[in-house]
Design a protein around this ligand. Sequence first.
Ligand code: ATP
Length: 258
Amino acid sequence: MSDHETVPAEVEDESEIPADHPRYTDLVTRHRIERGVEKGITHLQGMHAEGRGSAFDYLLGEETTPSADDAERAAAAHLLLADRPVLSINGNVAALVPAEMVALADAVDADLEVNLFNRTPERIDAIASHLRKHGAEDVKGIEADALIPGLEHERAKVDADGIYAADVVLVPLEDGDRAEALEAMGKTEIVIDLNPLSRSPRVADVPIVDNIVRAVPNITAHARELADADEATLEAIVTNFDAQAALEAAEARIRSGF
Ligand code: ATP
């Protein structure tokens, strides 16, 4: 057995996880979710979501597939073309990629909005201050003065000048009901979810079947590369993207390993 086939059960800081461990990214991801729960950022149910995601990622080979990369490029084009893009942040997203979401918001000039399935004022505040610590200036979702039609009251709360008014929304790891309700409002929806069979990616205009820790920096990289592209180029990227083909490619990869 190599030195790195095991790690201490209790890791205080992610720097203690050996960078050359074969499951390094997965271990860091688990650690961040555990810390998120301890800090009151992530709901306990976020651990189950993480476990499901981790299993799908294992089957995908823990890498960004060519079709996920195409989806990430299409997501970047949509965000750059948008009039009012909003990036939605839940407890898992805040624990895993706070600085990366801030960087993406800067790259595409989008708002960040805290949007929780299990909404409490304490968690909203904890997430908003966590995002500010990672460089966010304006964080929406605190007022929550509008409702997404068709959802039960607490689950429906959003900002009137945030997700409610957005034309393009990035909703990573979103619950299926809310993804469907946002789609019904006519928004262009970009979903990041490792399970291609889940309802959320299936209603998305751009389903990204990739781990959020790889997907968000890659959307930002595409957005930076496309920053000076003209509208026709961006429109062509959007039009040429095939959501159904992306879902099928991801499912084929998971089932066959190729
Ligand atoms: P549905 O959307 O059909 O209601 P669900 O109940 O399985 O599905 P949720 O628990 O609401 O889904 O959301 C968790 C989803 O997020 C899962 O599909 C899981 O695969 C995905 N997921 C978890 N961690 C990650 C991650 N790090 N990157 C991308 N997706 C992830």
